[in-house]
Each structure stands twice: as C-alpha cells, then as structure tokens.
Design a protein around this ligand. Sequence first.
Ligand SMILES: Nc1nc2c(ncn2[C@@H]2O[C@H](COP(=O)(O)OP(=O)(O)OP(=O)(O)O)[C@@H](O)[C@H]2O)c(=O)[nH]1
Ligand SMILES: [Mg+2]
Ligand SMILES: [Zn+2]
Length: 306
Amino acid sequence: MPSGIIIKGIGGFYYVSSEDDIYECKARGIFRKDDVTPLTGDRVTFSVTDPLLKKGNIDGIMERTTVLTRPAAANIDMLVVVIAARSPDPDLLLLDKLLVTAGKKGIEAVICINKIDLDMDNSRAELHSSYVKAGYTVIETSLDECSGFERLRETLKGHVSVFAGQSGVGKSTLLNRMADSVIMQTGSISEKIDRGRHTTRHTELIKLADGGYIVDTPGFSSFELAQIPHDELQHLFPEFTPHIYQCRFTGCSHVNEPDCGVKEAVGLGSISRGRYQRYTELYAILKLQYDMKYKKTNRKGTKGND
Ligand SMILES: Nc1nc2c(ncn2[C@@H]2O[C@H](COP(=O)(O)OP(=O)(O)OP(=O)(O)O)[C@@H](O)[C@H]2O)c(=O)[nH]1
Ligand SMILES: [Mg+2]
Ligand SMILES: [Zn+2]
C-alpha cells in the first residue's frame, strides 16, 4: 500500500505527497468514527482509486511524533526561531519562550539571526555566543551575504520545520529563499497544488530539494506557547543542567535561595546573565499562573464544604 505525507488539506480533500506524485485523497469514514481528523504533516497509508487522475483514499494515519494547534500540523520536528540582528530589535524574552516551548514539546530548536547586513559593528556577537553556550545551533543569514543559506538548508534537511518569530524579522523572505531552489525542481508539484491558490490558504508543507519540508502558514507570525509548570522551567534551559546539582537545596528555584549552583555559574560567566534574567522573568510568570490556579481550586474546595 502506498504511503506519503499530507502536505495540505482543503475542504475534505487531503493532498498526499508520495514518492512520485501528489494524490488527492479523501479520508474514509473510519476516521470520523474514531474522532481522528487527518492533519497536515500526517504520514499516511492510502489506496489509489484513480491512477490517471491521481485520486485516492487515506486508509491509515501513522503515529504522530508531535501535534501543534498553531500552526495546525503534525510531526513538526524542528523550530527555527528567527530574530533580526536589527530592525526590529530582538525580543529575547519571546525567543526564550519559543525555545522553551520547543523543548517541552520535544521539537529541536535552532536560532537564525537574520539581517546581519544591518549590524555593521557586530553587536550581535554576544547574543550569538550566549546561545551557542546554551547548546543551540545559531545560524546567521542576510539577504546580501548568502553564506548562511547553505547552512540553514543543511540544517533543515530531512526535517519538518516551522519558522517563528517577531513580525518583520524576515521569516517569509527566508522561507521563499529556502523554497526557491525547490520550486525549480518540483515544478509539477506547485502546478498541481495551484488549484487551491485562490481559496483561503491553509497550512501547507513546502517540499525541500534535499528531503524535508517547511511549514508555510500565511500571515502567521506567532507560535503557540506551551503550558509549563514553573518548577520544570529550569530543565528547559539546557545550560543550567550541569549546575543544578551544585545547589544546596533540593527543589532550588535558582531565584532567591542561597548557595545556588546556577547563580554561581552566572557569576563565573558560564551561564549568560541575560539568559538567567529571562529565566527569572519567565519563572515569575509561570509561578503566578500556578498560584492563581491553585487559589482558584482552593476557593472552590472551600465552597464545596459550606
Ligand atoms: N536588510 C535586510 N532586510 C531584510 C532581510 N531579510 C528580510 N528583510 C526585509 O525585512 C522585511 C520583513 O521581512 P518578512 O520576510 O516579510 O518578515 P516576516 O518575519 O515574514 O514578517 P511577518 O510576516 O510580519 O511575521 C522585508 O522588507 C524584507 O525585505 C535581510 O537579511 N536584510
Ligand atoms: Mg511573513
Ligand atoms: Zn539553584
């Protein structure tokens, strides 16, 4: 039975990219019964009902590795967080929120610093090194200097990736650049999916020449943020890990406690001060959310006893 990946779904039709072609498939009733709706990114098995018109039926959906609602897609395994070296100035709290979200969802995150042509005095250097130190892959790109594109392409190879980040950082520009070389090689594919162009556009996978896909969600600049328990946050800052065991108190939050291994590492420069500060900011936000939720539950409990 042929298999493939759903590159887009429109009005009950799912476009399944298999080895050689794209098939317009329907999902059989069985999915509705099981309350499973096929998603863009789903790996499926299907049967061909019309080999000439390339039509088929989806018979099975393989187990999903990840599921996101924004963008609505399955099996995304790489998040490219794009920031601009300048214009707009990087929102580092958003960057860290996105990295933490990826970590929580088991999605590999890489950072792309775009518009380096606008950063003549290399003021991004510190930022760059603090994230390399944290264990992330950092790729620098710009419209004029093309060197970064090859590295980005290499990084995307074999993955289903999504680009996220502030408005205006250059996500769409990069995505078009990445897809450019591809469109030439898969002209027949773009022709075939052209039919949907004039209706509302949906989340769509753009095939890369070397294998892999980029999720294209038009007009989309945000990425859902994961709900994270505040005491889990420390594990989503990978550079904290070797220092957590030096803390005097088990359950140390690394905020106000004395003899804290993480704070010591910040003092010694092995953890970036900025990253640490944003950790405390995020921690405070998550702790507040937790406390509010807890108090609410508590109040309910009291009412119940009256
Ligand atoms: N100088 C410079 N400008 C760039 C670069 N990359 C993109 N731009 C410009 O930045 C502007 C915004 O780029 P987009 O690709 O639309 O940004 P985006 O992240 O998709 O923005 P949203 O769709 O609003 O989220 C455009 O005018 C691009 O031409 C770059 O490397 N250098
Ligand atoms: Mg855009
Ligand atoms: Zn600590």
